[in-house]
Design a protein around this ligand. Structure first.
Ligand code: SAM
Ligand code: SF4
Length: 328
């Protein structure tokens, strides 16, 4: 069965679902950790693998193409490879990805690939072990890097997410560039966003264009045409990898946004910056038929805002909702 294709009220096709599989995390990144610490949902609060697969299948029947698992930290969810295996077999799926802090990747990369995972995004905000420890609260740079190597070795398409915070040095930025030159990796520099976590710290914000300028001076960058991708991307002349820039605050990509987000406890969010949410879990557990769930998804998509509407420099931090969003 197929349902009406998803397009929001501004004409944007919606084909990408980010699925949080847990609100737990074994890291304490300074820009993510809420002051009250991570909440822990009870076992019954979490969507089961069957429930996640059901929502995902309906989304794909509505024209969805891409699924990404995230968290909290997705690799701490028990039997995550079983979920990957289940989702990878869904009809209509074009790409299945997962975003991770990399801690358990060395152990899991091969089985994730075998289960059908196509792409893995590893968060790595520093190449300096001591700064990595300061930013994440975990002194395990080496273990995470070994995870990246394991992902590359087993043939997973691998991207590194670098949230750029003031304090990152030009030398470090160039080291990331060298990483993308020498390895078949995409390194994506991401602007700090004032999301839930620790809230808004203007002093941490470093607009991405400065990072891009440093890299342009050091490497010969060839712009890539990438359609719906949110990152502005460049190949490095003579290199293997790609450099990407996600300027969510200074150059928002809202007009090209194709995403919806499902939290670990089954709420559908049309936008990371909005408090709008739609409870799918009660429908999944309340005996609703697939076409009724499809209607609920379409309704949520219809409420997607035009954009986050906040441009750097931010004058009034109170405009940010205080949401406890359980899905990165
Ligand atoms: N635990 C996984 C990880 O760290 O990759 C997945 C969840 S995490 C919330 C998803 C992504 O959001 C990570 O790349 C993380 O660096 C990024 N992120 C979290 N808080 C952010 C913020 N305030 N601004 C920009 N990116 C943020
Ligand atoms: Fe955990 Fe990812 Fe948040 Fe860091 S960014 S605290 S790894 S969920």
């Amino acid at each position: 069965m197929s349902f009406t294709r998803l397009t929001d009220s501004f004409g944007r096709p919606i084909d990408y679902l980010r699925i949080s599989v847990t609100d737990r995390c074994n890291f304490r990144c300074i820009y993510c950790l809420p002051p009250e610490g991570f909440a822990s949902l009870g076992r019954d609060d979490l969507l089961t693998f069957e429930e996640i697969a059901r929502v995902a299948q309906i989304f794909l029947q509505m024209g969805g193409k891409k699924l990404r698992l995230t968290g909290g930290e997705a690799l701490v969810r028990k039997d995550i490879t079983k979920l990957v295996s289940k989702l990878s077999k869904l009809k209509g799926l074009k790409n299945l990805g997962l975003t991770t802090n990399g801690f358990y990747l060395k152990e899991l990369a091969r089985s994730l690939k075998k289960a059908g995972l196509k792409t893995i995004n590893v968060s790595l905000d520093s190449v300096l072990p001591s700064r990595f420890a300061q930013l994440t609260g975990v002194d395990q740079f080496k273990k995470v890097w070994e995870g990246v190597e394991a992902a590359l070795l087993c043939g997973l398409k691998t991207k590194i997410n670098v949230v750029v915070l003031r304090g990152i040095s030009p030398a470090e930025i160039i080291s990331f560039g060298e990483m993308a030159r020498d390895l078949p990796l995409e390194i994506r520099f991401i602007e700090f966003m004032p999301l839930c976590g620790s809230g808004w710290h203007p002093e941490w914000m470093l607009p991405i264009h400065g990072v891009r300028e440093i890299l342009k001076k050091h490497f010969s960058l060839i712009p890539m045409v990438r359609g719906a991708e949110v990152a502005e991307a460049y190949q490095i002349q003579g290199g293997q990898g790609v450099l990407g820039f996600i300027a969510s605050m200074t150059e928002p990509f809202c007009s090209r946004c194709s995403r919806m987000r499902l939290t670990a406890d089954g709420r559908l969010h049309p936008c990371l910056f909005s408090n709008l949410q739609f409870n799918l879990k009660e429908k999944l557990r309340g005996g609703w038929a697939d076409h009724e769930i499809a209607y609920a998804i379409a309704h949520a998509v219809g409420q997607k805002p035009a954009g986050h509407g906040v441009l750097w420099p931010i004058q009034d931090p109170s405009q940010f909702p205080k949401i406890r969003f359980l899905g990165g």
